[in-house]
Design a protein around this ligand. Structure first.
Ligand code: GLN
Length: 492
């Protein structure tokens, strides 16, 4: 079969179960596509054909013996922030260019138990800091819809791989939008779960109180399958919550759009820099949901102006602490011929980290330093609480909140955004992480340059099933999620 990459996860699962094709054939098909097409997209940092084919053969054997799971033999790409036993894990950094993890992240281990076949590790902004994937030490990933544009970030490799049909779905992480924004830029569905739903064990930390892993795929249905394989309590992550996990696939039709109250934050649609096409497509998608029976309710989120400054204090503060361990001694790159210990620390860190990571370490260290801690970090934490309360108040009168995922579509590669400009682009995603809420991106059309636009729906705590269900029903009634970039149409 030459069109295996066109099949949804449900179709792949059914095809494997009905012996229409084997996991080996499916895996070989994806590996061939990667070998032919990825030179243009550069979504993978590491491709692992031997391991993948061995896993595929094991999956086929399991199927023969009648012991297979729903996902047994389905390929996946992992963001290069998840530790993978025996396979290089770089976090997009020179610092970890030669790091081979001695263990699997829980998300990777759970994927193996579910029977997933790992195709390889996909590119990302260095240590997940960025919105374009250009800060990767391994070079910029390209947006499959327009190769001179970025795929978004930081999970840009995950998004580009799926959008170019170089993986059926992929894992991502979202500290301040890194699942939703690249999903938006690449025309995909991506879910950022409630903080604590997916284990952070073995996921290289950026800002620990904000980081959360989640699925990126072509549809809500595909995301639900991967979410079933990722979510759950983990003793090895103290912030992982011990709460029953939904069956996200079984719940795909569980929420009625009829009567659903969708909050429209006044402040969000008046943001300076909100592109007219993005606004129009998002409004059209809301109109469609209204036709399907939802009610649109105008709401206030008064803390909107505080999102960017609060996030860009807390995230760098936590990053500066988390990244201390990369010192050339305990972890990571070590400089050549240090003259003494101070020189070793200084040069290892300034040669090993790129400019954006260094910028954040400096800001974070400053904010946490004695004398400034109360004025910056403690104050930001207080504002963070107010942002959370703003959302909780809104959820007293609405079921979900709608927003764009990003104010614009994908930027041109090298558009040389200054850092603050780039930070402002995170306005719609970062408050969700500060509050620990779940949110989803769904593709809802294109701008005048044929670049994808995304709608974001934000839910209350533990409403992943509801978010997936609403988007699933929207996707049953529309076909934006079925559109493919020209490069994905290439056959092998
Ligand atoms: N763009 C945001 C940042 O640079 C989000 C990153 C993320 O979610 N990992 O911090």
């Amino acid at each position: 079969m030459t069109d295996l990459h066109r099949l949804s996860i449900r179709e792949l699962s059914e095809g494997l179960a009905g012996s229409k094709f084997s996991s080996r054939e499916l895996t070989e098909h994806y590996l061939k596509r990667i070998a032919k097409i990825d030179a243009q997209v550069q979504s993978y940092v590491t491709v692992t054909p031997e391991q993948a084919l061995a896993q595929a053969d094991a999956a086929d054997a399991l199927r023969q013996s009648g012991m297979a799971n729903v996902l047994t033999g389905v390929p996946v790409a992992h963001k290069d922030i998840f530790c993978t036993h025996g396979i290089k894990t770089t976090a997009g950094s020179k610092m970890l260019d030669n790091f081979i993890s001695p263990y699997d992240a829980t998300v990777v281990a759970k994927g193996k138990v579910a029977g997933l076949v790992t195709l390889g590790k996909v590119n990302m902004d260095e240590f997940a800091m960025g919105s374009t994937s250009e800060s990767s030490y391994f070079g910029a990933t390209k947006n499959p819809w327009a190769l001179d544009h970025v795929p978004g970030g930081s999970s840009g490799g995950s998004a580009a791989a799926v959008a170019a049909d170089l993986a059926p779905f992929a894992t991502g992480t979202d500290t301040g939008g890194s699942i939703r924004q690249p999903a938006s830029f690449c025309g995909l569905t991506g879910l950022k779960p409630t903080y604590g739903r997916v284990s952070r064990f073995g996921m290289i930390a950026y800002a620990s109180s904000l980081d959360q892993g989640g699925p990126m795929a072509r549809s809500a249905e595909d995301c639900a399958y991967l979410m079933n394989g990722m979510a759950g309590h983990d003793d090895r992550d103290s912030t992982s919550v011990n709460k029953d996990v939904d069956d996200y696939v079984a719940n795909l039709n569980g929420t009625s759009v009829k009567g659903l109250r969708i909050g429209i934050p006044k402040q969000y649609f008046n943001v300076a820099g909100l592109d007219a096409d993005v606004k129009a497509r998002v409004e059209e998608s809301l109109k469609k949901l209204e036709e399907m029976g939802a009610t649109l309710v105008e709401i206030d989120l008064n803390m909107t102006d505080a999102y960017v400054p609060t996030y860009y204090l807390i995230a760098p503060a936590e990053a500066s602490s988390n990244l201390q361990r990369f010192d050339g001694v305990r972890y990571g790159y070590r400089c050549e011929n240090p003259v003494d210990l101070t020189d070793l620390y200084k040069r290892s860190r300034s040669e090993g980290f790129g400019p954006e990571v260094q910028r954040r370490i400096l800001i974070g260290t400053y904010a946490l330093s004695a004398g400034y801690y109360d004025a910056y970090y403690v104050k930001a934490q207080k504002v963070r609480r107010l942002i959370q309360q703003d959302f909780l108040k809104a959820f007293e009168s609405v079921d979900v909140i709608a927003a764009p995922s990003a104010p614009t579509t994908a930027y041109k590669i090298g558009a040389s955004l200054d850092p603050v400009e780039m930070y402002l682009g995170d306005i719609y995603t970062i408050a969700v992480n500060l509050a620990g809420l779940p949110a989803i991106n769904a593709p809802v059309g294109f701008d005048k340059d044929q670049l994808p636009v995304g709608l974001q729906l934000i839910g209350n705590y533990w409403s992943e099933s509801q978010l997936l269900s609403v988007v699933h029903q929207y996707q049953q009634a529309t076909d934006w999620h079925t559109k493919r970039a020209a490069i994905a149409e290439e056959t092998v």
